[in-house]
Design a protein around this ligand. Structure first.
Ligand code: PMP
Length: 407
């Protein structure tokens, strides 16, 4: 990889040229969604300008080009997360749809009254609510791994929760609210010792950490394209072939079949049997391009840059009196949640916006985590590979302004 040059990287993201309320944009809401490099925007535009057609069906050139590019993106995803084969890569709308797919096609048929699904206190609503829905339908129960005040999973509690009637452990790799990086490799091993399969919600991990699903030995791994510099409306469910093969589709339609009569339907082979209907072709192509972009820079360099910026930001925020950082895990990704004595998180965010600083305020789709931490809302700054110290300085200056205004 070429050396990491932050100015070159920033110049590859056109939106970073924008000014907001007369100030340069300091975009620090990357955990919600990331900005897109020109290469990704160009790839999407090129598809619509030159190759647009439906995939898998046409025997004419445009359709073959669209199919080729769509399927080439699947190969890129496979390589990016080191899956054994391309059949293990299912394109979905995002992490949310991936988890719902596993809930309905894998978990639901295997659940009986009294069975359990295990999650953690750190989960996003999209790794809570799908399980509640199928628990309601089957009589199974949702169990929750506790966390410490620092926002770390209590791994000693995990063994006692991995009971014989536990059918799945579904766990986030990185907390979107606190940045905690969970020891997932260890936890997957623990779960497998009890014969329990594991789904990892990788929404906040894929843009920041090198993922190898074979080393992790995850049974399922889900992520969203839009948080990894790709477009919205596209995401990935990785599943081990031997498990996917045992699963029935939960959505029916075109493309997922090999033969249909009014009496019965034979399903298509993997991965197509889980991709009913016309897929997000441009989205998949954009995602493939985003992964190429990440690969060219290298996840190791990206992690190093973000960790160093996280240290800088942690120091800057810790120096502000009346500000309390929430979540102090030892192993953290570039996410800083905090509360201020002077003002509510929403007011903090509104004042920062006037200075061109974009952060998120609220419960971050983790209301049970907020309840555990005893806060109604936090302000959250989340980092990406294009952030620099100037962004953090703008954040810190904006927070001083908050203190002045609400004194
Ligand atoms: N899990 C985590 C940890 C997330 O941060 C998010 C997005 N905030 C999701 C799941 C849901 O992702 P999406 O909305 O892209 O489906």
């Amino acid at each position: 990889c070429p050396p990491f040059d932050i100015d070159t990287i920033r110049s590859q993201f056109p939106i970073l040229q924008r000014r907001i309320h007369g100030h340069p944009l300091a975009y620090l809401d990357n955990a919600a969604t990331s900005q897109k490099p020109r290469a990704v925007i160009d790839a999407i535009q090129k598809y619509y300008l030159q190759h647009n057609a439906n995939v898998h069906r046409g025997v004419y050139q445009l359709s073959e080009e669209a199919t080729h590019d769509y399927e080439a993106s699947r190969d890129k995803v496979q390589r990016f997360i080191n899956a054994r084969e391309r059949a293990e890569i299912i394109f979905v709308r995002g992490t949310t749809e991936a988890i719902n797919l596993v809930a309905h096609s894998f978990a639901k048929p295997r659940l009986n009254p009294g069975d359990e699904i295990l999650i953690s206190t750190l989960e996003h609503h999209s790794n809570i609510v799908p399980w509640q829905i199928i628990c309601q339908q089957t009589g199974a129960q949702l169990r929750v791994i506790p966390i410490s005040d620092a926002g770390e999973i209590d791994t000693t509690a995990v063994d006692t929760l991995l009971k014989p009637n536990c059918r799945l452990l579904s766990l986030t790799h990185v907390s979107n609210t606190l940045g905690t990086i969970n020891p997932i490799q260890q936890m997957i091993r623990q779960a497998h010792q009890h014969g329990i399969p594991v789904l990892i919600d990788g929404a906040q991990a894929v843009p920041h950490l090198q993922i190898d699903v074979q080393t992790l030995d995850a049974d399922f791994y889900a992520f969203s394209g839009h948080k990894a510099y790709g477009p919205t409306g596209i995401g990935v469910l990785y599943g081990k072939r031997e498990i996917l093969e045992q699963m029935q589709p939960y959505q029916g339609g075109g493309d997922m079949i090999s033969e249909v009569t009014f009496e019965q339907t034979e399903y298509n082979e993997l991965p197509y049997r889980f991709e009913a209907g016309t897929p997000n072709i441009a989205g998949a192509i954009g995602l493939g391009c985003a992964l190429d972009y990440l690969d060219a820079i290298g996840l190791q360099q990206i992690s190093r840059h973000e960790q160093s910026l996280l240290d800088y930001a942690t120091q800057a925020l810790s120096a502000i009196r009346g500000l309390r950082l929430i979540g102090t895990a030892r192993n953290k990704a570039g996410i800083l949640s905090f509360v201020m004595d002077a003002a509510h998180a929403h007011d903090v965010s509104t004042v920062l916006d006037q200075a061109g600083v974009a952060i998120r305020a609220g419960h971050h789709c983790t209301m049970p985590l907020m309840a555990r931490l005893g806060v109604a809302a936090t302000a959250r700054a989340s980092l990406a590979l294009y952030n620099n110290r100037t962004d953090i300085d703008a954040l810190a200056a904006g927070l001083q302004e908050v203190k002045r205004m609400f004194k």
